[in-house]
Write a protein that binds this ligand. Structure first.
Ligand code: ATP
Length: 509
C-alpha cells in the first residue's frame, strides 16, 4: 500500500461523504474531523459489530455509558494529571511546537534511509553475489549510521524513563536537528505537556477545573461497584463502553489516525487475581479474530508485544494493521492488574472488592482491558476496501466493505424516471426499508448510478425496469462480482438479508 493510495483514501472519504475536515468553511480545525452522511453509517455499523460481539454474545459482559465529565479526583488518582504527558520542544524562530521524541524518531528515519541507499548501491554493484547480512555487519557506513540510530534510541529511552528532559534537549542539539519550518537550531528547553483538555465546571467558582476524559476506561472503573452489585455480577465479568475521548496530541497527523477528539470502544474484564494471564491470552486471540473475521488479509495484521510496560501493567500487546505509512496500533490489550481499582479504593477509602465465595475471601479484582479506536478501525476498513479495478470500457472505483458494515445495504434504482417505474421502485423501498438501510436514486444513467453505489460500498443494487411491471421481477446486481440476475420481487428480502447478514458475520467469530 502506497502513500498514493492513502491520498486516494483521504480524497475519496471527502468526495463521497465519509469524512470532512471540521469547520471546513472556516478553513478547518487541525486534527478534528466530522463524519458525513455515509461515514456516520459505516461508523455506527462498526460500533454495532463491536457491541454485539462483546455485549450481546457474552452473557458475562454488560454495557455502560458513563459521562465524559468526571470528578477531577478520578484523573489525579489514575495518574493522568501527573503522568499523562508528551515531551515537547519549541523552535524560537518559527514558534512551532514539536514532540521531542517525534523529532528524534524522524531523525532516526534519515539514518535508516541512508542505510537503505547504501544497500541499494551495493546490491546493484555486486548483483547476485550480494550478501545482505554480511554487508550489514561489515560496511563502515552502515555501521556508523546504525550506531547513530541505536544511540538515539538509548538516550531517548533513558532520558524519558528518568524524566531527564535536559538530556533529550542535548540529544536534539548534538544531532544538529533543525526546525523543518525555519531551518534553525534555536530550541527552547524540553517540557512535559499534559495531554488532557480542561475546562471550568462552574461559572462562579474559578477553582473548579474539570477534564475532558482522555480514555473511557476510568468511567468503567468508578462504576465497578454499581454494576457488580446491581447486576449481581459474578467474576469473571466485563463492562463494555463506547464513547468520545479527548487528547491534546501535539503532533496530530495521518488523517483520522491521530485526532484530538476520537471515539474508543473499551471493555474491562474483571477476574480473580492469578487468572489474569489466562484471560489476557483469551482476549488477545479473540480480538484478533474479530478483525480477521471481516475478511481483511491476515498478512496486514500483526501483534506487537510491549517490552517496556506501563507501571500498572503486567502484560500488554498491540494489534497493529499495516497502513500505507507502516504498521500502526489499532487496538491494545492490557493486563492492568489491580492497579486502577486499588488506586480508587485507596483514594476514596471505599472498599472496592469482590467476595469470592469459592475462595472464601475478598479481594480487589484484576483487570484485562481491550481498547480499540473506532476512528482507526474506520481507517483500516477504508484503506483496506478502496480499490480501483479494470472493467470493460475503463476502470471503476469500488469500496469492498464487509457487506454487513456498508453504509447502505441496498440501492433501489428505477431504470427511467417515468412509465410508473419510480412508483414501483418506491413500493419495493417501502417494504425493504424496515429491515435494511436502503438508498433510492433515479437520476442519471443506470451505469453511473451503479458506479456511485460501488464507490460508497453498497453490496446490492436493485433495478426496476419495464419488464418488472409485467413480470413482477427486477435485476439484482452484486457489488463485488458485478454479477446480475433476475429475481422475483418477493425474493428480494431474502436475497438482501443473506448478502448483508450481521448474524452470519457474528456466527463466524
Ligand atoms: P498511540 O501510541 O498511537 O498514541 P496509545 O497507546 O496512546 O496510542 P491507547 O491509550 O492504548 O493508545 O488507546 C487505545 C486506542 O485508542 C488505540 O489503540 C487507538 O486505536 C485509539 N487512539 C488513541 N489515541 C488516539 C487518537 N489521538 N486518535 C484516534 N485514535 C486514538
Amino acid at each position: 500500500m502506497s502513500e498514493e493510495h492513502f491520498k486516494h483514501v483521504i480524497a475519496h472519504a471527502k468526495e463521497y461523504g465519509f469524512v470532512f475536515p471540521s469547520s471546513e468553511i472556516y478553513d478547518g480545525l487541525a486534527a478534528v474531523y466530522d463524519y458525513g452522511q455515509n461515514g456516520v453509517e459505516l461508523k455506527k455499523n462498526i460500533r454495532d459489530y463491536w457491541w454485539k460481539s462483546m455485549v450481546q454474545l457474552n452473557e458475562n459482559i454488560v454495557g455502560l455509558d458513563a459521562a465524559i465529565f468526571m470528578s477531577p479526583s478520578v484523573w489525579k488518582t489514575s495518574g493522568h494529571v501527573d503522568g499523562f504527558n508528551d515531551p515537547m520542544i519549541d523552535n524560537k524562530d518559527s514558534k512551532k511546537r514539536y514532540r521531542a521524541d517525534v523529532l528524534l524518531e524522524e531523525h532516526q528515519e534519515k539514518y535508516r534511509k541512508k542505510i537503505q541507499k547504501e544497500i541499494a548501491k551495493a546490491s546493484k554493484r555486486f548483483g547476485d553475489d550480494f550478501d545482505l547480512d554480511q554487508f550489514l555487519a561489515t560496511n563502515p557506513n552502515v555501521l556508523r549510521n546504525q550506531n547513530k540510530i541505536d544511540h538515539i534510541s538509548n538516550e531517548m529511552r533513558e532520558g524519558l524513563e528518568q524524566n531527564d528532559l535536559e538530556r533529550i534537549r542535548q540529544l536534539i542539539i548534538d544531532e544538529g536537528i533543525a526546525c523543518p519550518i525555519s531551518g534553525s537550531k534555536n530550541w527552547t528547553e524540553v517540557r512535559q505537556f499534559n495531554l488532557m483538555y480542561s475546562t471550568q465546571m462552574s461559572a462562579t467558582d474559578g477553582e473548579s477545573e474539570i477534564y475532558l476524559r482522555p480514555e473511557t476506561a476510568q468511567g468503567i472503573f468508578v462504576n465497578y461497584l454499581n454494576v457488580q452489585k446491581t447486576g449481581r455480577m459474578r467474576l469473571p465479568f466485563g463492562i463494555a463502553q463506547t464513547g468520545k475521548a479527548f487528547r491534546n496530541e501535539i503532533v496530530a497527523r495521518q488523517f483520522i489516525m491521530r485526532m484530538k477528539e476520537f471515539e474508543q470502544m473499551e471493555m474491562q474484564f474483571f477476574v480473580a487475581p492469578g487468572d489474569e494471564m489466562k484471560w489476557y491470552e483469551h482476549w488477545k486471540a479473540q480480538r484478533l479474530q474479530w478483525h480477521l473475521n471481516l475478511g481483511i488479509d491476515p498478512e496486514r495484521y500483526r501483534y506487537h508485544d510491549h517490552t517496556k510496560l506501563a507501571h500498572y501493567a503486567n502484560a500488554a500487546v498491540d494489534i497493529e494493521y499495516e497502513f500505507p505509512f507502516g504498521f500502526k496500533e489499532v487496538e491494545g490489550i492490557h493486563s492492568r492488574t489491580d492497579f486502577d481499582l486499588g488506586q480508587h479504593q485507596e483514594s476514596t477509602g471505599k472498599k472496592i472488592q469482590y467476595f469470592d465465595s469459592e475462595r472464601n475471601e475478598s479481594y480487589v479484582p484484576y483487570v484485562v482491558e481491550t481498547s480499540i479506536g473506532l476512528d482507526r478501525m474506520f481507517l483500516v476498513l477504508l484503506s483496506n476496501s478502496l480499490k480501483t479495478e479494470e472493467v470493460e470500457g475503463g476502470t471503476r472505483t469500488v469500496l469492498s466493505l464487509p457487506p454487513a458494515l456498508a453504509p447502505f445495504q441496498c440501492a433501489i434504482l428505477p431504470l427511467v424516471k417515468k412509465d410508473g417505474l419510480p412508483e414501483m421502485a418506491r413500493k419495493i423501498m417501502d417494504d425493504l426499508k424496515f429491515d435494511f438501510s436502503c438508498y433510492y436514486e433515479e437520476k442519471d444513467s443506470i451505469g453511473k448510478r451503479y458506479r456511485r453505489q460501488d464507490a460508497i460500498g453498497t453490496p446490492v443494487c436493485i433495478t426496476v425496469d419495464h419488464e418488472s411491471l409485467e413480470n413482477n421481477d427486477v435485476t439484482v446486481r452484486f457489488r463485488d462480482s458485478m454479477e446480475q440476475k433476475r429475481v422475483k420481487i418477493e425474493e428480494l428480502s431474502t436475497i438482501v438479508s443473506i448478502e448483508v447478514s450481521m448474524k452470519e458475520l457474528l456466527k463466524n467469530l
